[in-house]
Design a protein around this ligand. Structure first.
Ligand SMILES: [Zn+2]
Length: 194
């Protein structure tokens, strides 16, 4: 819990998340703790979490982020996952507009660390945030990647704990930033040849 609050405040302080757009969750004693609806990473405290069981039933008075099915979908299908982080990082979103040839591996490993820490990032087609259509599109791709880029929306990253998810998200955003800059500079073709 303490680390989850630190991760949230660190992301907010460095402008990696803005307003109340991001959400994170972790498993503890078989329950999912997820940032409550409308909570801001900049002012997150240990009281800012809603609790749910892994069947999606609410266990707390606080309401969860409306994007909770994205989190639950990963826990249900990937048993090693203990935390999930979802942000609307600007470079991840910018990169999601660039046409890619391989949607199952949509962010190029501009540094070696993306693949070392996270793995392959799978593109999820655009659907309205919070909609069942998005949750269905996401659910059908959970097993197709190690991390996920939601088109025109943001990134979702699982981890074995919240710090792991945080480090992986940092790599994802950094690689998206480098890829975006290369693409803007007209150097994208060079990179694609590896
Ligand atoms: Zn979102």
């Amino acid at each position: 819990m303490e680390e989850a609050v630190w991760v949230a405040c660190s992301l907010f302080a460095r402008n990696r998340v803005t307003g109340s757009s991001a959400n994170l969750s972790f498993l503890h004693n078989g329950s999912m703790y997820i940032t409550a609806s409308g909570s801001c990473f900049g002012t997150l405290t240990e009281e800012s979490f809603a609790a749910m069981d892994l069947g999606g039933n609410l266990l707390s008075d606080k309401q969860p982020s409306k994007e909770w099915p994205l989190h639950l979908g990963i826990y249900q299908k990937k048993p090693g996952t203990k935390a999930v982080l979802h942000t609307h990082g600007i470079h991840a979103v910018l990169w999601s507009f660039v046409p890619v040839t391989d949607e199952a591996d949509c962010i190029p490993a501009c540094t070696p660390y993306l693949k070392m820490k996270l793995g392959r990032v799978c593109m999820v087609p655009y659907e309205q945030p919070g909609s069942q259509a998005l949750f269905d599109a996401f659910g059908s791709r959970v097993m197709s990647g190690d991390g996920y880029l939601l088109k025109r929306h943001g990134a979702v990253v699982p981890g074995k704990d919240i710090m792991d998810a945080f480090y992986c998200m940092e790599e994802l955003e950094e690689n998206a930033r480098i890829a975006w800059e290369l693409w803007r500079a007209g150097l994208w073709g060079i990179h694609q040849k590896h």
